[in-house]
Design a protein around this ligand. Sequence first.
Ligand code: URA
Length: 225
Amino acid sequence: MKDTVHQYLQQQKALYGNELYLSREPDSLPSTSPVIDKSISYKEIDDFNQSICNCMECPLGKTRTNFVFGVGDPNAELMLVGEAPGKQEDLKGEPFVGRAGKLLDDILRAINRKRGDGVYIANVLKCRPPNNRDPLPSEVEKCEIYLQKQIQLVKPKLIVALGRVAGKTLLKMDVPLKELRCKTHDYNGTPLRVTYHPAALLRNSNFKPPTWDDFKWIRDYLSQA
Ligand code: URA
């Protein structure tokens, strides 16, 4: 059995180098393999991106520079969700790359995580609203299904909504952030917490201690999940 798996992996390595592609066809795996691999590859999530990146379902399709799909580990246990791309994100095509994004990376580092390694980052809207206004319900209605599909693919253990707008949009609860924080909500079967948006921390450093409490909770939750 061990030899069969070893041989199989050697063959895969010869074919694909260090990337491990697992076929969905059970016949192509060693027939006695007990391993049920639920992981998805970068290719699978990228295929989904390719299938939607020319979206014109709402008027933001016409004003965007780039469609901002999401970035990170396709098998992440933690998925961070912001509201929508800002100017830098629109220009680069990647979420949270401006000042707020750098702060987010620092926060992740403080809980021994980083984007792309156990973490996936996306937004509710994939295109930038003009002047960074809040997402409109009509835009969310068209775009949220893309996020839902990303969640279905990545299967995170925890979703963290960054900021009141992302939280209230996902939870359909128009309440202040303090009523959304420190509770574990349910988003279509996945636990969801809400914390401050990193841009809010740049505006008001008083929000840093409670955010740090939230991220310590996240760290401890994931270490037990
Ligand atoms: N704010 C967000 O909510 N998302 C980003 O990607 C950048 C800033």
